[in-house]
Structures are given as structure tokens and as C-alpha cells.
Design a protein around this ligand. Structure first.
Ligand code: LRH
Ligand code: MN
Ligand code: MN
Length: 426
């Protein structure tokens, strides 16, 4: 971790500016009837999981450019995750991808994480790639393959991931499969979906009672003609058929451009089937760009729905994870920045005057309805985020504190370049 003195020194320099900005924002919010202290406490409750593989250099299908000091194993990945949480105070959990980050000794990994104030979030299985020691290939599918033996192998992998997650204190399994087809006629649509339902049920049967199973849909890629779980409709149907604790997970990058994702969020939640999110941003497809880097308004609109649902149902608590691939930035910086962007969207959504909004909706005043949303979105809530971080022991400006700490330079000396980490394929 970064030396506490480095963070304290950084905060001390920034504190006077923050105090002034916070006081000014507090006055402004008070004129709107909002208590800034309440908002700051709410900001502090925000948490999003880090993807274990996200601290390595990701990349595209074409190339990857490993940076200095990349973590060489899951323990070093946890070291980086703990730095992200130390400075951002918004990322207390890590989501593992198996087999990319399968620990040899789960107990040792759990202790290592606990010593760094980290816990484990949803487990991610992987049947979209062949592993060295597996009997059957997933070239033509996994959970939906025409061969029962292949399906069984994929089911067993998921069950193994659940068993591992139990040892680590996780409470959810996220299932994303790349199964689909590249040619019209290649795959029988109903049969492959029927196989998916059977496989999903078999996995669900192995879940502990206090676990959720999260089904992640994606429109296309690696299959380019059809994908078995291609949209929220298929995801919803599968979750409904599989069981009560089986829910849909929305990855923001997994939809066609211009799709109204906030409305998907609302639909799934209305029927009790919204279970989680993978946050990222995109311009063209599943780009895995940093959250809020392309369309922060969309992120805000998603949180506008989430806050609205949360206020109606206090038990609503979806799993949140950042799912980004970093090829041109330091992943630690990108993940800290992204966590703050998602937190910012959450805080702004809390500022929406819901009573006024409902009034404008009911009196058919679209201009004022959207102006009510914009009033919240356009307000700069940075001082609230900074104050929440500082009070929790994090950095007022996480990127500046991180650069001042020279953490990357220091790990670069201890970790010779491997070029191995990160997925680089999705
Ligand atoms: C698929 C996906 C899914 C995988 C991750 C690496 O595109 O979003 O969540 O597990 O990428
Ligand atoms: Mn995802
Ligand atoms: Mn994806």
C-alpha cells in the first residue's frame, strides 16, 4: 500500500481549496433544500467491485502494450486493488475471473485480501475459452453445445467456481458465455436456448441459498450472426426460468449503439430481475472504455433509475463491478478515475428532485421534466466526492496522490515485465 504519510501530505495541501469549494457548494445546495452533509454520507456508502483482471494491461484482439510493473499473479493484483481502494475509498471488493485468477490456495488468498481490507465480490466463470487441461473444446459452444459432454464440462466448471467462491466469501456467480453462431442455419435457436436453460438450472442447483446467479447478456462477439444470450429479453427469460435468485446483469457495453439502457434497467427491476452491473463506456460496441468517458449523461440516467428504484425498495442492492480494458492508461489510474465517475453519477442522481419530476411527468411538461434531470446532472459535485474520500481516509485527488507516491515506479522495480496479465481477448 501507499505510505499513509504520502496521502496525508497530499490531503493537507489540497484541504484549504476543498474546504472553500465544499462550503460554496453547501450554500448552493442549501438553497435547493439539500443538506450537503447528508449527500456526503450517502456518497460514502457507494462501492463498486474491481475486476481482478482489470489491473493488468488489457488490450484489443490485435495487440497489447504491457506497462511497467504489471502484476504477475493474483497476489500482486490484490496489492494494486488495495492501492485503488486506499486512495478512492470506493472499491472495497474484488471480482475474480476463473481460471485467469484461480488461486492455488484460496485460504491464503482470503487472508491476503483481508489483510488489505479487501473482500471478494461476484465470481466470474469462463467457458468462452479453452483451457489447457480440458477434455472438450468450446469452439462450437459451452453451456449450449449440442454435445451433452461439452455442456456437462461447462456446468462443472461453473460449479467449481461456486465452490471456490464459497471459500472466499463471495455471494454470487456471474455467467457470461460467448455461445452463438457465425452463419445463418449454423445453430438451432430453440434447441440452443433450451440447452442453456437446462445448464443454467444445473448450475443454480449447486448454488448456496444465500447466493445469486447473475446472467450477463451481450449482443454479439465472439459470435457475429447470433448469440444465445444476446439481449435483456433472453436474459430475463432465462433468469425467470432458472429460479428466484437467478437475476440479469447489465454490462453497459453489451448493447447496440443508442439502445435505451436506462429503460432496460427499469424494466428488469420492475419485475425483480435486475441483479448487477458491469460498468464501462463505449462508442461502437463492447469497447470496454473507461466508465463515463464517452457518455456520462447515460451513466447518470442509469443511476437516476437505480436511485428511483432504491427509494421505492430499500432491499434493492445490485452487484456493481467495473469491467474495463486498459491499453493506453495505467490501469490503477483508470480504475480510480472510473470508480469516481460511477460514484459521481450516483451522487448526482440523488440530487434529482423526484417530487418535481413526477409532477412534470403527470402534468405532461416534458421540457421541465428533462430540465429537472439536467439541474441535477449539471451541478458539479466534485467537492462532495473529495470530502467523502478524505473523511474515509482516502485521497482528495486520487490520481495526483498516486502519482506523487511513485507506486508504479516502485513496483516496476520489483516486478520484471511479463507481458502476460490482462485478458486481451474480450
Ligand atoms: C464479456 C465480458 C464478461 C467477461 C469479461 C471479461 O465481454 O464483459 O463480463 O467476463 O468481459
Ligand atoms: Mn462484462
Ligand atoms: Mn464485455
Amino acid at each position: 500500500m501507499i505510505k499513509p504519510e504520502v496521502v496525508a501530505d497530499h490531503n493537507q495541501k489540497q484541504a484549504p481549496t476543498l474546504e472553500a469549494d465544499y462550503a460554496a457548494l453547501g450554500e448552493k445546495l442549501a438553497r435547493r433544500g439539500v443538506d450537503i452533509e447528508q449527500l456526503t454520507r450517502a456518497a460514502d456508502t457507494f462501492a463498486v467491485a474491481l475486476p481482478s483482471w482489470g489491473v493488468g494491461t488489457g488490450g484489443t484482439r490485435f495487440a497489447r502494450f504491457p506497462g511497467p510493473g504489471e502484476p504477475r499473479n493474483i497476489f500482486e493484483k490484490l496489492d494494486d486493488c488495495s492501492v485503488i481502494h486506499q486512495l478512492s475509498q470506493a472499491t472495497p471488493t474484488v471480482s475474480l475471473h476463473i481460471p485467469w485468477d484461480r488461486p492455488d490456495d484460496p485460504k491464503a488468498l482470503l487472508e491476503y485480501a483481508q489483510a488489505r481490507n479487501l473482500a471478494f465480490d461476484a465470481m466470474n466463470s469462463n467457458t468462452f475459452q479453452d483451457q489447457a487441461d480440458q477434455a472438450y473444446s468450446y469452439k462450437y459452444g459451452s453451456l449450449t453445445h449440442t454435445s451433452e459432454a461439452v455442456r456437462q464440462q461447462a456446468i462443472e466448471h461453473n460449479v467449481e467456481v461456486v465452490e471456490l467462491g464459497k471459500k472466499l466469501g463471495s455471494k454470487a456467480l456471474t455467467v457470461w458465455i460467448g455461445d452463438g453462431s457465425n452463419f445463418p442455419g449454423q445453430q438451432h435457436f430453440r434447441n440452443s436456448f433450451a440447452h442453456y436453460l437446462d445448464s443454467a438450472r444445473a448450475i443454480y442447483d449447486a448454488l448456496p441459498d444465500d447466493w445469486n446467479m447473475l446472467l450477463e447478456h451481450k449482443m454479439f462477439e465472439p459470435a457475429f450472426y447470433s448469440t444465445v444470450i444476446q439481449d435483456w429479453g433472453s436474459s430475463y427469460l432465462a433468469a425467470r426460468e432458472t429460479g428466484e435468485r437467478c437475476l440479469s446483469l447489465v454490462d453497459l457495453g453489451h448493447h447496440a449503439p443508442n439502445v435505451n439502457i436506462e429503460m432496460i434497467v427499469s424494466r428488469l427491476a420492475q419485475f425483480g430481475k435486475l441483479g448487477g452491473f458491469h460498468f464501462n463506456d463505449s462508442k461502437y460496441g463492447d469497447d470496454d472504455l473507461d466508465s463515463g468517458s464517452i457518455d456520462p449523461y447515460q451513466l447518470f440516467l442509469v443511476f437516476n433509475e437505480l436511485v428511483d428504484i432504491q427509494q421505492a425498495d430499500s432491499a434493492f442492492a445490485p452487484f456493481y463491478m467495473l469491467d474495463q480494458s486498459h491499453n493506453v492508461t495505467d490501469p490503477i489510474e483508470s480504475l480510480m478515475y472510473s470508480a469516481a465517475e460511477v460514484q459521481r453519477a450516483f451522487v448526482k442522481a440523488l440530487l434529482v428532485d423526484r417530487e418535481a419530476l413526477l409532477g412534470y411527468q403527470n402534468s405532461s411538461d416534458p421540457l421541465m421534466a428533462q430540465a429537472t434531470l439536467k439541474q441535477a446532472f449539471n451541478l458539479d459535485v466534485e467537492p462532495v466526492l473529495q470530502m467523502a474520500r478524505q473523511r474515509a481516509g482516502g485521497a482528495i485527488d486520487p490520481i495526483a496522490a498516486y502519482r506523487a507516491s511513485e507506486y508504479r515506479q516502485s513496483v516496476a522495480r520489483d516486478r520484471p515485465q511479463s507481458g502476460q496479465s490482462g485478458s486481451g481477448i474480450v
